[in-house]
Design a protein around this ligand. Sequence first.
Ligand code: PGA
Length: 328
Amino acid sequence: MANNKKTKSSSKTNKNDASAKSNTNKTNLEKTNTSIKKPTVKLAISKYLQSRNNKIFIANWKMNKKFEDIKSFAFAFNHLLHKDKVIKKSNFLIGVAPTSLGLLPCAGMLKNNVVTVAQNISPEKNGAFTGQLSYDQIHEYNINYALVGHSEVRNYLNVTDKIINDTVKVLIQNNMRPVLCIGDTKEQYDEKKSEKTIALQLMNDLKGISESQIKNVIIAYEPVWAIGSTVASDEWIKNMTKFIRDTLKDMYDEKTAKEIHILYGGSVKVENSPSILSIKGIDGVLIGGASLDHQSFYEIICSCPEYKDIQKIILTKNGQKPLPKNNS
Ligand code: PGA
């Protein structure tokens, strides 16, 4: 009886052992599969991303949002990015430019590698400059990006090309990244002086910036006539981007010009971002009004072709069917 019991229990034990073993094998197999799968997906994505400039998305909040608004934006936006596997695997640079007062709340609350960007800073380190914010002060809080020469700053605060140039220089020298905004006014556009204006701005604002330094400058082409009104046509954006890159090629060299990030800004919205972000030579967007809402900013990011391509790589490698092309 006792023996029987023993035999029974030992056969049970054997069975259990066998099933445990097969489970272990299964787990090992699963492990092997995932460990094979993971680097393959990672490798495929990194190979894909290596062949292009990384995409950049910057929200320019201008003089909007109080503390509670920033808090609710950060909470919702963090959540959206946190659960997005595609963005996690991408090399997108996502930034938010709040008012000066919003810099620290943003830097503290925005997660998932979202960078905080200053809207306007002084090239002076400190001193008698009432009403200004210095590059050194934001740097102290690890805020390393700043818009420089936005048309509203050029217009309302009388910031000249010389100050813009000094600011670009000082940021670069301190391992920070300027987002240099350039753009033609409605008048210049009507008089067909857009290219001349842009060439002059590039030459003046980048004076003394070397080949190795220019790679850290992000250029945002924002036609003043398109800001907060009607987006420029894809054709216009394409031609102006090409003109900017050709000018940079003359100022530096072809390889350097190719690597410089050029963004478009001016009435970018969820409706027009898929086509803007598909324009050859466009490396991202600077968004005003449409970035105030976390969902619309997020959808603009998801509308770039790279997002769809990475999503396809992940799904294909995991044996799932990729979504149809027009499905976001
Ligand atoms: P907008 O602003 O998207 O509201 O036109 C863009 C900007 O000024 O940077």
